[in-house]
Design a protein around this ligand. Structure first.
Ligand code: G3P
Ligand code: MG
Length: 405
C-alpha cells in the first residue's frame, strides 16, 4: 500500500558564483564573433551537466553605442537573450556625473550616437566636436565636415558657451580635429572656445571612458585605443604648459568601474532568482506543495522547475538530495530574498593591464582568467598574473564550472 505521497524536487539551481566577461578579444574580434562564445553562453544558461544556471554580466571598455544596442547585438551573435542590464561599457558609469556638470563636450563615436547616449543618461547640454567645427571650421585646418556631420551638428555659438567637462566616451574617429578642440578647451578660460588661460588652471575637467593603450580587433596586430589618445593629449599638454595634465579615468581597471560592476552584478543575480520564483508560481502552480522553495546555505535557490516526482514516503530515501535548507518559503508568502554576495566572480579577459589588473585588484573573491584570443599573446609573460590562463572563453567557462563542482 502506498502511503502518503510527498514531493521530490528535481532542481535547476542558480549558482552562488557568477561570471563577468570582457567583450573585445573574448567574445568579439572586430566585427567577428569568437565562435566558442556561443557554446560558452549555453553552458551558463543551464545546459551543463550540473543543471545549474550561472548569472553573468559583461564589462567592456568599449562603447560608442547605447547599452540596449550592445545587448541586441550580443543576443544575436550569442544566440541567447542578453539584456541592457547586463552590460557595462566604458562610459556607462559616467551616468554618475549627471548633475555635476551642466555643459559637456562628448568626444568619440559616429555622428550623434554618443550625444544621444549622454542625453539618455540625463546630461542636459551635450555638445560634440562636430558642433564646434560647424560653428567655426577653421578650428581644425585641413578638415571638412561631411554632409552627414553637417546634418548631425547643432547650431551653437561656442564663444558664448562655457564647457564644464570633456567626456571622451568612445574612440575618436578624427584624432587631429578632436585633439585640437580638446587641447584648446583644456587651455581655455572656463571652457570657452577662442580664449586662452595664462595660468592653465581655468579649463574644464577631462574624463576618459577607459585607458586601453591597445585593443584587439580583426587585424593581426593590436590597434591603438583611447589610452593612446590620452597619452598623446597629455604629451601635447605637457609640451605646451610644462605641467602634467590631470585626467579622470573610468573603465577597467579603475575602482569606480569595479564598484559599478558589483552593483550591476548584484542586481542581475537578484533578477535571475526573481525570474525563477515568478516562473514557478505562474507556469507551474501544481508544483508547489508543502516544501515550496528552498534556499541553501550558499543563498542558492533550489527550485522545482523541471519536473516533479512522487515517491513513497516510507521506502524512498531520495529526499537526501535536498540538504538542510537555510530558508523555506511558503507559496502563500510574499518572497523577498536578500542575496549574499557571489561566492566567486570569474572574470574572463584578454588584456592583462586592464582586465587581469581589474579582477586582481579590488576583491579577493574575484578570480581572473586570461584567454589567448585577444591582446595577450601566448608565450609572453603577462604584466598582471591571472589565476588561470586558457585558450578561449569556452575553456574559461568549463574550467570555472568544474572548479566549483
Ligand atoms: O575600445 C574598446 C577596447 O579598448 C576594449 O574593449 O571589451 O576589451 O574591454 P574590451
Ligand atoms: Mg578585451
Amino acid at each position: 500500500i502506498r502511503r502518503k505521497k510527498k514531493t521530490v524536487i528535481d532542481h535547476v539551481r542558480v549558482a552562488s558564483y557568477a561570471f563577468c566577461f570582457d567583450i573585445d578579444g573574448v567574445i568579439l574580434r572586430g566585427p567577428n564573433t569568437i565562435p566558442e562564445a556561443v557554446e560558452a553562453m549555453k553552458l551558463l544558461n543551464g545546459e551543463n551537466k550540473y543543471n545549474i544556471k550561472v548569472p553573468s554580466i559583461f564589462v567592456t571598455n568599449g562603447g560608442g553605442k547605447p547599452e540596449s544596442a550592445r545587448a541586441t547585438d550580443l543576443s544575436q551573435r550569442l544566440q541567447c537573450t542578453i539584456t541592457p542590464a547586463q552590460i557595462i561599457q566604458g562610459h556607462t558609469p559616467m551616468k554618475d556625473l549627471v548633475g555635476v556638470y551642466q555643459n559637456v563636450l562628448v568626444v568619440g563615436g559616429i555622428g550623434n550616437v554618443c550625444r544621444n547616449v549622454a542625453e539618455s543618461y540625463g546630461f542636459k547640454h551635450v555638445y560634440t566636436p562636430i558642433d564646434v567645427l560647424k560653428w567655426n571650421p577653421a578650428v581644425s585646418p585641413y578638415h571638412d565636415l561631411s554632409e552627414e556631420d553637417k546634418k548631425a551638428a547643432k547650431e551653437v555659438d561656442f564663444s558664448k558657451v562655457s564647457i564644464d567637462a570633456i567626456l571622451v566616451f568612445a574612440d575618436s574617429r578624427n584624432w587631429a580635429a578632436d585633439q585640437q578642440i580638446i587641447l584648446e578647451l583644456l587651455l581655455s578660460k572656463h571652457g570657452v572656445m577662442g580664449t586662452e588661460s595664462k595660468t592653465y588652471d581655468e579649463g574644464p575637467q577631462i574624463y576618459f571612458a577607459h585607458s586601453d593603450f591597445i585593443w584587439a580587433t580583426n587585424y593581426k596586430l593590436s590597434r591603438y585605443g583611447m589610452g593612446a589618445l590620452q597619452v598623446s593629449i597629455a604629451a601635447l599638454y605637457r609640451e605646451h604648459t610644462g605641467h602634467e595634465l590631470k585626467v579622470n579615468r573610468f573603465g577597467k581597471p579603475q575602482k569606480g568601474t569595479f564598484k559599478f560592476a558589483n552593483k550591476v552584478l548584484t542586481h542581475w543575480r537578484q533578477g535571475v532568482l526573481d525570474e525563477h520564483l515568478k516562473k514557478l508560481s505562474i507556469d507551474d502552480p501544481n508544483a508547489l506543495t508543502d516544501a515550496d522553495i528552498l534556499i541553501n546555505e550558499h543563498g542558492e535557490e533550489i527550485i522545482n522547475q523541471n519536473r516533479l516526482e512522487t515517491y513513497d514516503d516510507e521506502n524512498d530515501s531520495s529526499d537526501g538530495e535536498i540538504k538542510e535548507p537555510l530558508a523555506l518559503v511558503k507559496k502563500s508568502e510574499k518572497i523577498t530574498l536578500e542575496l549574499p554576495p557571489a561566492s566567486t566572480v570569474y572574470f574572463v579577459g584578454d588584456t592583462p593591464e586592464s582586465d587581469i589588473r581589474f579582477a586582481n585588484s579590488h576583491d579577493a573573491s574575484w578570480h581572473s582568467i586570461l584567454v589567448k584570443t585577444g591582446v595577450y599573446k601566448d608565450g609572453t609573460v603577462p604584466k598582471y598574473t591571472p589565476k588561470h590562463l586558457c585558450e578561449n572563453v569556452l575553456d574559461a567557462v568549463n574550467y570555472a564550472i568544474e572548479r566549483e563542482h
